[in-house]
Ligand binder design. Structure first.
Ligand SMILES: [Zn+2]
Length: 195
């Protein structure tokens, strides 16, 4: 398995191919067949369910190259954490990336809930509760609360992952990096929030 730095470079190179309009990978059955042996992904990505942000496409990845987890507003829960621990611990991937995006509906729900003082109820309340601290940190009345809260929520998600017991060990050993990034819906570009 390669280094965290190489994995990040590979992922960002894929996004540049996507943005340039010259993706290398198609999603056809021959690619699926070629990757049908044991999987050796080099990264696990946690993104939002938003239909405009398909992770394999925006990073121009093929079958077998990345593991993808998507929840509303890339919210963590034990199933998500367990999945990431599996990919890191059992498959040995050197990179976890959390990808937020502009105009995130889940973040908007959290802003609306805080402004209205009402929980949406149901299981959606779990998403809102997990995102709410990022909104509060920015300030619910800040005119730029949406984009700022998206950014803050990505950084909070990254921090939560870095604090996970099972991930802290490979991070300390230099075998794993957890990165946060933002996706631009218009240009298709991915920007790292921190190195
Ligand atoms: Zn979203």
């Amino acid at each position: 398995m390669g280094s965290p730095r190489a994995a990040l470079a590979e992922l960002l190179a894929g996004n540049r191919r996507f943005v340039s309009g010259q993706p290398m990978h198609g999603h056809d059955v021959t690619a699926a067949a070629a990757a049908s042996g044991d999987q050796q992904p080099y990264a696990v990505l946690l993104g939002c369910i938003d239909s405009r942000v398909p992770l394999e496409a925006i990073f121009d990845q093929t079958f077998g190259s990345i593991c993808v987890i998507r929840t509303g507003g890339h919210v963590l829960d034990r199933a998500v954490l367990g999945s990431i621990e599996y990919v890191v611990g059992e498959l040995g991937v050197p990179l976890v990336m959390v990808l937020g995006h502009e105009r995130c509906g889940a973040v908007a729900s959290a802003v609306d809930a805080l402004r209205g003082g009402r929980s949406p109820g149901g299981a959606l309340a779990h998403l809102v509760d997990q995102i709410a601290p990022a909104v509060t940190e920015v300030g619910v009345d800040d005119p730029r609360v949406h984009p700022m809260a998206v950014r803050r929520h990505v950084l909070r998600t990254v921090a939560a992952l870095r604090a996970d017991d099972r991930l802290a060990v490979p991070i300390a050993a230099g075998r794993l990096t957890v990165s946060g990034a933002l996706y631009d819906l218009t240009t298709g570009e991915v920007t790292l929030l921190e190195p």
